[in-house]
Design a protein around this ligand. Structure first.
Ligand code: SAM
Length: 289
């Protein structure tokens, strides 16, 4: 089967199978081979790699992954795409297509059964409606993945890599930066997809840290503090975290910990670094738990 990633071949496949793209599954298929080359280069895929692709669609990116990697597991939720993928990927013996929801697949069990790979990498043109849940569940699952290379909305890519003091900084930035180093590889305009999305996109690579960049005693508590801080972004930390649901601290205890960090009681979460959130969480645990 010829390379699919151009407008003519993509339209020909869609027509052949009378396939209508589904908005509810975030189906925007890549039609620009240069963008796919950039995804492959950013992911640094080689012949020893096991690749997990989320949402192969009609197989445009999958074909390139099969050309470059040792083996590819492609997880696709839409059952109507499975016969199409059987056709478009028939020339490759190193790909398995799984008709599942990526949020329900037990990847750690699948990876335990796999042997003989130097590294596991996740690559995807992500369905935009589940970008954050997919990224967070993969990072938190601690499956042995070296890097994640994702096409996402440009705005979401920006949110993942910014630091304090910017409007895009929030819980997603801190969670991603706790687990991985984010780097934007390339911006991608809407005309590189069929159908065209309404917003610009970007390819972001997240390289997982071998060790977390900050020392935190209770990860879960730190993330509860982070979420509560950004749930009510305009509130001071004292008001936002004191007596917040799921957190056992009152306003005085928050103030005391902030004072120990030499921060004013009026400080807001959006100005704190990851290191400061870790320090705040550790102080609260030591003194009040
Ligand atoms: N990789 C293809 C490409 O680049 O042309 C398609 C990308 S399209 C943006 C997203 C794909 O993810 C679609 O094929 C969609 O059906 C699939 N998808 C959506 N939700 C999914 C889920 N929860 N699990 C697995 N695949 C999903």
């Amino acid at each position: 089967m010829a390379a699919l990633a151009n407008p003519q071949n993509t339209l020909a496949v869609l027509q052949k199978y009378k396939f209508n793209t589904q908005k509810k599954y975030g189906q925007n298929f890549l039609i620009d081979p240069h963008v796919i080359d950039k995804i492959i280069a950013a992911a640094e895929i080689d012949r020893e790699d096991f690749i997990i692709e989320i949402g192969p669609g009609i197989g445009s990116l999958t074909q390139y992954l099969c050309e470059h990697a040792k083996e590819v597991l492609a997880v696709e939720i839409d059952k109507n795409l499975i016969p199409i993928l059987e056709d478009t990927l028939q020339g490759y013996s190193n790909v398995t297509v799984l008709n599942e929801d990526i949020l329900k697949v037990d990847l750690s069990r699948i990876l335990q059964e796999k042997r003989g790979f130097r590294s596991v990498k996740v690559v995807a043109n992500l369905p935009y409606y589940i970008t954050s849940p997919v990224i967070m569940s993969l990072l938190e699952s601690k499956i042995p993945v070296e890097s994640f290379t994702f096409m996402v909305q440009k705005e979401v890519a920006d949110r993942m890599r910014v630091g304090p003091g910017t409007k895009d900084y929030g819980a997603l930035s801190l969670a991603v930066q706790y687990y991985a180093k984010p780097e934007i590889a390339v911006s991608v305009p809407p005309n590189c997809f069929i159908p065209r999305p309404k917003v610009g996109s970007a390819v972001i690579k997240l390289t997982r840290y071998a060790e977390a960049p900050v020392d935190v005693k209770n990860e879960k508590q730190m993330f509860r503090l982070i979420r509560a801080s950004f749930n009510q972004r305009r509130k001071t930390l004292t008001n936002g975290l004191g007596n917040a649901p799921g957190l056992p601290f009152d306003k005085e205890q928050i103030q005391e910990a902030l004072a120990e960090m030499e921060l004013p009681a009026t400080v807001r979460g959006e100005t704190l670094t990851l290191e400061q959130f870790a320090q705040l969480s550790n102080l609260l645990s030591e003194q009040f738990c």
